[in-house]
Design a protein around this ligand. Structure first.
Ligand code: TEU
Length: 585
């Protein structure tokens, strides 16, 4: 059977938004490409490497924050939303990047970090200067808990624990009150209850769109509406802190705030834009509401379910192997839960997550095979895939052996708290960081096997993974079967096969411990995606009666190029097709 090109005018009739057949590439500018040798990646570095992204075939670049920032949390603590941090370049460089990307048909989405600002943002400097300052109410200020004096155990206004260790409250002696910070103490939370705050943010967003960017990735946007009565969280057995999450996640006014933003910023130009809200803890039902087109809130959300499955009771720092049926069930719930209602984003990696090939694959004996198999089962789902820099060449976790190699505020706070305050063994904590730290994702992009990895001529801000000698762009480009070439194929398939955008997702063999098998079915054709996510050979007998429809199907993709319709080799992944209609859309 050959591909039928009969559906070519489908795109004219099809009202689907452009981002439903797009692939996004996340650039973490600090670690992507350093054009001036200071060891820190920059905007000009991104411009210089655009050819790589065009070669890969992606449609959109999401740029992690490059705004002015004291860089306590690598730019997620912004002190000026409308200027660029000098370490990354200038506004003129950004204009040039936008123009250069657009000239190549690539769109640019910027990070929007408005749950909090930096404590060095002029708004916070004003707000903290006196309790009567007009901007006082732009942040969450509260006195010590009734009957407590400052510094008492439990004096904080609530018992909430910060994402980055310790209390969410920081005492400020200028006015004798505490301010709320869900993340680091240098990231005070904005008070979205105040209409002036929302108005200022909408204005800033509009100015960025007028500058020519194509949308926003919105940092922890489900946390902007808090229960204004700020209740304590439930305290688990032996826990020092309570769980504030139910009181600040998807709070009472979240849908109102997002719809208002849509009206104030996106209305009239939303068909050309793309918005994605990062939402730790979001449920399928909420995800459906946030992304239902008629509600006019967001195009899609980043959900966290699949990247939380290996976390233990104590959170992200102690990880457990994930039984495959659990992972498959999670994906399937999101696939079917949003189908026909909203839209999924698809991701394995970003700048906060350990590298997927080390986490869910086998980065030793089956490095290439497992990187490509994991890519296949994600990219063949319905949704908009996000590729994080380095994922397309199978970059792995870094094996740092000293705390001095780490840079991430979350990692360093946790290490300090675990070792100094709780007395855990430092070597043990370090071994857990090798699996869990966000810095696993933040080592320099591996462009070549030479010294400096083609990232920088200077000393990089964080050590380079030594395996850049064998894992790098240069060695994979044009090499058939490489991780890079496999990603190129997956991206091209999304662009040419509408069934990947439109097809119903049907999970098969849900209980199988090694095989991830699913079908995608629509009037555009029918795909069978089958992957062996284990180190052992597994039987999958497509010549048997059960699999009759696929007995003589076309092999569209095979990461080992030797599929015999009876078994899958360790980490083999195939995509089979029948009744296909193809079009560029
Ligand atoms: O992350 C939000 C988030 O909830 C987590 O991924 C978090 O980074 C942490 O790993 C929880 O254990 C976003 C950004 O992506 C992250 O880089 C920022 O540090 C954070 O918000 C604060 O802006």
């Amino acid at each position: 059977m050959t591909l039928v090109q009969s559906d070519a005018d489908n795109e004219v009739r099809d009202p689907a938004p452009w981002w439903q057949s797009a692939v996004v590439y996340q650039v973490y500018p600090r670690s992507f490409a350093d054009s001036d040798g200071d060891g820190i990646g920059d905007v000009r570095g991104v411009i210089q490497q655009l050819d790589h992204l065009v070669y890969l075939g992606i449609d959109v670049i999401w740029l992690s924050p490059i705004y002015q920032s004291p860089n306590d949390d690598n730019g997620y603590d912004i002190s000026d939303y409308e200027n660029i941090d000098p370490t990354f370049g200038t506004l003129a460089d950004v204009d040039e990047l936008i123009a250069a990307a657009h000239a190549r048909g690539v769109r640019i989405v910027m990070d929007l970090v408005v749950n909090h600002t930096s404590d060095e943002h002029p708004w916070f400097i004003e707000s903290s200067s006196s309790s009567t300052n007009p901007k006082r109410d732009w942040y969450w200020w509260r006195p010590a808990r009734d009957g407590h004096s400052i510094g008492d155990y439990g004096a904080e206004p609530t018992n909430w624990e910060s994402f980055f260790s310790g209390s969410t409250w920081q005492f400020d002696d200028r006015t004798g009150e505490y301010y709320l910070h869900l993340f680091s103490k240098k990231q005070p939370d904005l008070n979205w209850e105040n209409p002036e705050v929302r108005h200022a943010i909408h204005g800033m967003m509009n100015r960025w769109l007028d500058r020519g960017i194509d949308g926003f990735r919105m940092d922890v946007i489900n946390l902007i509406s808090k229960d204004p009565s700020l209740p304590d969280g439930a305290v688990g057995p032996q826990a020092r802190w309570g769980n504030g999450f139910p009181h600040y996640s998807a709070g009472p006014r979240i849908h109102e705030f997002l719809h208002e933003m849509h009206q104030a910023v996106f209305a009239g130009r939303d068909s050309v834009l793309m918005t994605v809200g990062e939402m730790p803890g979001v449920t399928v039902d909420e995800g459906r509401m946030f992304t239902a087109p008629g509600r006019q809130e967001l195009d899609m959300v980043f959900q966290f379910e699949h990247v939380g499955l290996d976390h233990g009771d104590a959170g992200k720092w102690i990880v457990h192997p994930v039984p495959l049926p659990k992972l498959k069930a999670s994906f399937a719930r999101w696939q079917t839960g949003l189908a026909g209602h909203g839209w999924n984003s698809l991701y394995w990696n970003n700048h906060d997550q350990p590298r997927v090939v080390s986490r869910f694959g086998n980065d030793g004996a089956y490095w290439r095979e497992s990187a490509t198999a994991l890519a296949t089962v994600l990219h063949m789902q319905q949704g908009t895939p996000f590729i994080y820099q380095g994922e397309e060449i199978g970059m792995t976790n870094v094996r740092f052996t000293s705390i001095d190699d780490y840079r991430d505020v979350e990692t360093l706070n946790y290490f300090r708290e675990a070792v100094r305050d709780r007395g855990l063994d430092a070597a043990l904590v370090l071994s857990s960081l090798r699996e869990t730290s966000r810095d696993n994702a933040r080592t320099p992009m591996q462009w070549s096997g030479r010294d400096g990895a083609g990232f920088s001529d200077g000393e990089p801000w964080i050590p380079t993974n030594r395996n850049h000698r064998v894992i790098n762009v240069e060695d994979q480009r044009g090499v058939d079967g490489s991780v890079l070439e496999h990603y190129r194929k997956l991206i091209a398939m999304r662009h040419t096969l509408p069934v990947i955008r439109t097809g119903e997702f049907l999970l098969l063999e849900p209980k199988h411990m090694s095989l991830f098998v699913f079908e995608r079915v629509s009037s555009h054709g029918r795909l069978l995606v089958a992957a062996n996510l284990s180190n052992l050979v597994e039987t999958l007998d497509l010549t048997s009666e059960t699999w009759a429809p696929f007995r003589d199907a076309d092999i569209l993709l095979d990461n080992q190029q030797n599929f015999v319709f009876r078994q899958l080799l360790p980490w083999q992944a195939v995509v089979l097709a029948r009744d296909m209609h193809s079009s560029r859309h």
